[in-house]
Design a protein around this ligand. Structure first.
Ligand code: 2PG
Ligand code: MG
Length: 421
């Protein structure tokens, strides 16, 4: 075993959107190769680390990743040679020092993150330990035992993730009653499958959107999915609010306009921030909703504390575009009492160490943590599941079908088997 880095190199591969992304390989002196591919979002928050694309309209409609690839091969890679892949924090510090711009806009968050994660995977492989154990060890995460994240499965999608569906981006089934990872996955997926039968019986399409969830174009309103999902829960034999419950990710930045209002086209409504909060309060009073993510826009800071005050004692009020896995924005959100939970996406910040720092800060402040897939350019990489396991995060949010999604639930169940759960 020699965990010194010998080389880091990247190549363009296809992501699930059809556009390229990066696959990066970190090779150690002992010959071990850690390989990762990194995702990017469709409804990316504007404060996220930059996904650097080429902008050359002749290749992949401007979304080639040759610049980011070259940044790994010519700039970052040589700087990594000789560093110990076990010393992830020093390695990540070096990565950040190569591009200290807040949004990694010089080298690209995609380039930097891919090297950070590939180094972690290489080190774990060289040490012969599971990735989740390695991450836990490296960061001294002092949990007494592993408690596996519960699934939050996207079952209906709209917004920018589907054509002509709901304005709200995601309706999810979260598992409330923990019966172990395998049974938890089964419960959520059975609700998804039952929902499919209900949609069909109503003559709605069961075609799926970018995350593998249903995207029915004939859906009547932003509220109707809640009715259908509760019915699916009951039909599948699970009690809404006890066994399973509904989570929503409206991704409200996407329908927040320059006029400072929220435009719900499907409902023919234009709402102020206060009216948007009342809209949620009303829904939470009538349906088994346990979590709302990005209920308001990423810059509507004045309204977020009001939303959290109105509903935060009953349900999860979670930041995603608001907080972008960024410690500074998370601190602001905590100071203002804007949220009680944070969505975690490593590619929003750029390194494994910064991701862990955000999780740690959130957990120290008693916030729930949910590790998430990306909507658009996902890959078959399962790193996020090991990350969520390492840090005892509360949930993982992933879509229900398509290879790049199921591989993540399959990894969760594999880990459960390894841990004898
Ligand atoms: C979100 C994500 C993932 P995207 O908003 O939470 O579901 O979507 O990756 O497109 O930002
Ligand atoms: Mg979101």
């Amino acid at each position: 075993m020699n965990t010194k880095i010998k080389a880091a190199s990247a190549r363009e591969v296809l992501s699930t959107s059809g556009y390229p992304t990066l696959e990066t390989i970190v090779t150690l002196e002992d010959g071990t190769r850690g390989i990762v591919s990194v995702p990017y979002g469709t409804s990316a928050g504007k404060h996220e680390a930059l996904t650097l694309v080429d902008g050359d309209p002749k290749r992949y409609k401007g979304k080639g990743m040759l610049k980011a690839r070259d940044n790994v091969n010519s700039v970052i890679g040589p700087e990594m040679v000789g560093l110990d892949a076990r010393d992830q924090e020093a390695l990540d510090e070096r990565l950040v020092s190569l591009d200290p711009s807040p949004q990694r806009s010089t080298l690209g968050g995609n380039a930097i993150l891919s090297v950070s994660l590939a180094a972690a995977r290489a080190a774990a492989q060289s040490l012969g330990v599971p990735l989740y154990s390695h991450i836990r060890e490296v960061y001294g995460l002092r949990h007494t035992d592993f408690s596996l994240p519960k699934p939050m499965v996207v079952v209906i999608e709209g917004g920018r993730h589907a054509d002509n569906s709901t304005d709200l981006q995601e309706y999810l089934v979260g598992v409330i009653k923990d019966r172990g990872a395998r049974e938890n996955v089964r419960a959520a997926i059975e609700v998804y499958l039952t929902l499919g039968s209900i949609l069909k019986s109503k003559g709605y399409s069961t075609n799926v959107g970018t995350e593998g969830a249903y995207a029915p174009t004939a859906i009547a309103s932003n509220e109707e999915p809640l009715v259908l999902i509760e019915q699916a829960m009951k039909d599948a034999g699970y009690q809404p609010g006890k066994d399973v419950a509904i989570a929503m990710d409206p991704a409200a930045s996407e329908f927040y306009a320059d006029d400072g209002k929220y435009h719900l086209r499907r409902d023919g409504k234009v709402l102020s921030s206060g009216e948007m909060i009342s809209f949620y309060e009303n829904l939470v009073g009538r349906y088994a909703i346990f979590s709302i993510e990005d209920g308001l826009s990423e810059d509507d800071w004045d309204a977020w504390p009001k939303l959290n005050e109105a509903l935060g004692n009953k349900i999860i009020i979670m930041g995603d575009d608001l907080t972008v896995t960024n410690v500074e924005r998370l601190k602001m959100a905590i100071d203002r009492k804007a949220i009680n939970a944070i969505l975690i996406k490593p590619n929003q910040c750029g390194t494994l160490s910064e991701t862990i720092a955000a999780i740690r800060l959130a957990q120290e402040d008693g916030l729930k943590t949910v590790v998430s897939h990306r909507g658009g350019g996902e890959t078959t990489d399962t790193f996020i599941i090991d990350l969520a396991t390492a840090a005892n995060c509360d949930f993982v949010k992933v879509g229900p079908t398509r290879g790049e999604r199921v591989v993540k639930y399959n990894r969760l169940m594999e880990i459960a088997d390894e841990l004898g759960r």
